[in-house]
Design a protein around this ligand. Structure first.
Ligand SMILES: *Cc1c(COP(=O)(O)O)cnc(C)c1O
Length: 387
């Protein structure tokens, strides 16, 4: 190992000259808050998803998107929402903040997405919603999930934080359920620093989510302070401070413009890893179905200490020592003390998520990686596994 090699930052964003210039132009325009750049980012995102602009609302995170979507879905207080244990804590925290009760259903080990059979088994008379997470960018089984939802009269809210590009059988995810929630956090497929988007097919519900995301004000700040003159606003409900700024949208506009090439680069990285690790005693991702589009947000390997000859946490440390940043997506949510003490969750109750959470490692997959970076990750993995 040569000491001079730079650290490979996990999930490094790919920011170019266009983003820099737009941010500068935004700063110089004097309009940093919610305004024309957010409006164009919304319009471009709607176009990318193939939905009318009135069916999207930009917010300042996916967590915010999930929170206001669940409120706008008008679920009864204390209703149960079924989701996956193999997700970021934000998914479940948003359920709790919306005054609802999270119920976990285990994942399908082949897809690592929520298992429709486990959803069915978790339904009770109090269940009112399903919150699937398109894990790593692979679509959940939306045909089966939507059929379950219809049969039981449940609302579906999709967590699309990994899944900007994802399609299930030709249809973009986020357009199946009442709401789809996207993330533009720094490590995600499109980044605005912090940011999120709500997609929905009920115009009134999206309009309500938009109002909820800005204090419950009847008109957003863009309309109030534009050059058409002062307009009074009314507070129509007790909302939140979740609006996206033009400064964020300035980055997002140019990230979205290159979403296709960035996805192709990640897909090529993903395939290179698949080929390079084929002979190693590791769990590798299931190939993606040709009928779907995998967003290739994460490339995750499973390190079983017995088979691989190295424990997962030792693998993480050894990669760090070699200057390679990795991630863990995710420890089962049932491993965390807050959920254990609040909901009595024990990891054993969701054995697939428990096992995956204890074995999984996400390798760098950013479009900003060079071929040399990939060589380093591949060589390091070969040196550490099965040695
Ligand atoms: C990142 C992430 C979120 C939260 O997104 P933010 O934009 O950071 O709020 C929610 N769910 C999943 C699965 C995520 O990966």
């Amino acid at each position: 190992m040569t000491a001079a090699q730079p650290y490979i930052v996990f999930g490094a964003p790919d920011i170019g000259a266009a983003e820099e210039a737009e941010v500068l132009a935004c700063l110089r325009s004097g309009w940093l808050g919610t305004g024309p750049r957010v409006a164009s980012f919304e319009a471009e995102f709607a176009r990318y998803k193939g939905v009318p602009a009135s069916h999207v609302a930009a917010v300042n995170s996916c967590t915010a998107a999930l929170h206001v979507s669940m409120i706008a879905a008008d679920l009864e207080p204390g209703a149960e929402v079924i989701t996956t244990p193999l997700t970021f804590c934000a998914t479940v925290n948003a359920i709790v903040h919306a005054g609802l009760v999270p119920v976990l259903a285990d994942v399908d080990p082949r897809t690592q997405c929520i298992d429709p059979d486990a959803i069915e088994a978790a339904i009770t008379p109090r269940t009112q919603a399903i919150l699937p997470v398109h894990f790593a960018g692979r679509p959940c089984a939306m045909d089966r999930i939507m059929a379950i939802a219809r049969r039981h009269g449940l609302v579906v809210i999709e967590d699309c934080a990994h899944a900007v590009e994802t399609q299930f059988q030709g249809q973009p995810v986020g357009t199946f359920g009442e709401f789809g929630c996207f993330s533009f956090y720094v490590t995600k497929n499109i980044c605005t620093g912090e940011g999120g988007m709500i997609v929905g097919h009920d115009e009134a519900a999206i309009a309500r989510a938009r109002v909820l995301a800005l204090h419950g004000l009847s008109r957003d700040a863009w309309h109030r302070f534009s050059d058409s003159g002062y307009k009074h606003y009314q507070v129509t409900e007790c909302g939140f401070k979740y609006n996206m700024m033009d400064l964020q949208a300035a980055i997002g506009l140019h990230q979205l413009a290159k979403v296709g090439p960035a996805w192709q680069r990640r897909e090529a990285h993903w395939q290179r890893y698949q080929d390079a690790f084929a002979g190693l005693p590791l769990g590798l991702p299931t190939p993606s179905s040709p009928a779907d589009r995998h967003a290739h947000h994460l490339y995750t390997i499973h390190v079983d200490a017995q088979a691989a000859g190295i424990a997962r946490d030792d693998f993480l440390s050894a990669m760090h020592a070699r200057g390679i940043g990795t991630g863990v997506h995710y420890l089962s949510l049932a491993e965390h003390p807050y959920y254990q003490s609040t909901f009595g969750w024990e990891p054993e109750a969701w054995p697939q998520a428990q096992r995956i959470g204890r074995q999984t490692v996400s390798l760098p997959l950013s479009p900003a990686l060079t071929e040399g970076d990939l060589d380093r990750v591949i060589d390091a993995t070969h040196a550490l596994v099965g040695a």
